[in-house]
Ligand binder design. Sequence first.
Ligand code: ADP
Ligand code: NI
Length: 216
Amino acid sequence: MKDTLIEQAEIFVRTELGEDPTGHDWYHVDRVRRSALHICKEEGLGDPLVIELAALLHDIPDEKLIDTVEQGRAKLGSFFKSNIVPANIQDHIFEIIDTISYKGGRKIELKTIEAKIVQDADRLDAIGAIGIARAFAYGGKKGQLIYHPNIQVREKMSLEEYRSGKSTSIHHFYEKLLKLKDLLNTNTARKMAEKRQQMMLSFLEQFFQEWDGQDL
Ligand code: ADP
Ligand code: NI
């Protein structure tokens, strides 16, 4: 039963998000699944089935990718129904997905280790070399500039400002990506984040050297 359910979830996500051009495509989902299962194994904590399913399904009801969150939740509900997923697992997965998103810096206390692990895995994919690539893919698709020196880095912002306020992809590093390493829940993820953080810091250093013509 487990393998078929996972296989069905894979097919469902591939169909829904397969080629999303904002960095939330199938391969993002697959990396989050892999990292989440790795953290689960290293920490020796959490139910691997819930973790794997939540990781696979976490971006289905994402407001960035669909018209309304309700639409995404309904899609997820029909997936659960047609695959006869037990009610307690459905509830747990909905709770994980509802609580793990960053959304401009909101802090929700996560109730279960499964939620903490999937959140860590999703955040690890937002940093490092992949995180850099995803930020510019997202920024390009949303029509924002690579960088603009006159735009201020925002410290606190509402969800509305976070989603639609004026910003650039370089600003996103200061508004979110560089902060993520201190917001991780597990030691395994904190360890994995070290090299990724270094990667972003050296990228930004080099970016500004080239921007200012210091390498001329
Ligand atoms: P969440 O869904 O957890 O709230 P985000 O909405 O911040 O997370 O989106 C996830 C990923 O999308 C980020 O890690 C980043 O790669 C990209 N992203 C989101 N907003 C921006 C932005 N303004 N500029 C560049 N990339 C962004
Ligand atoms: Ni994600």
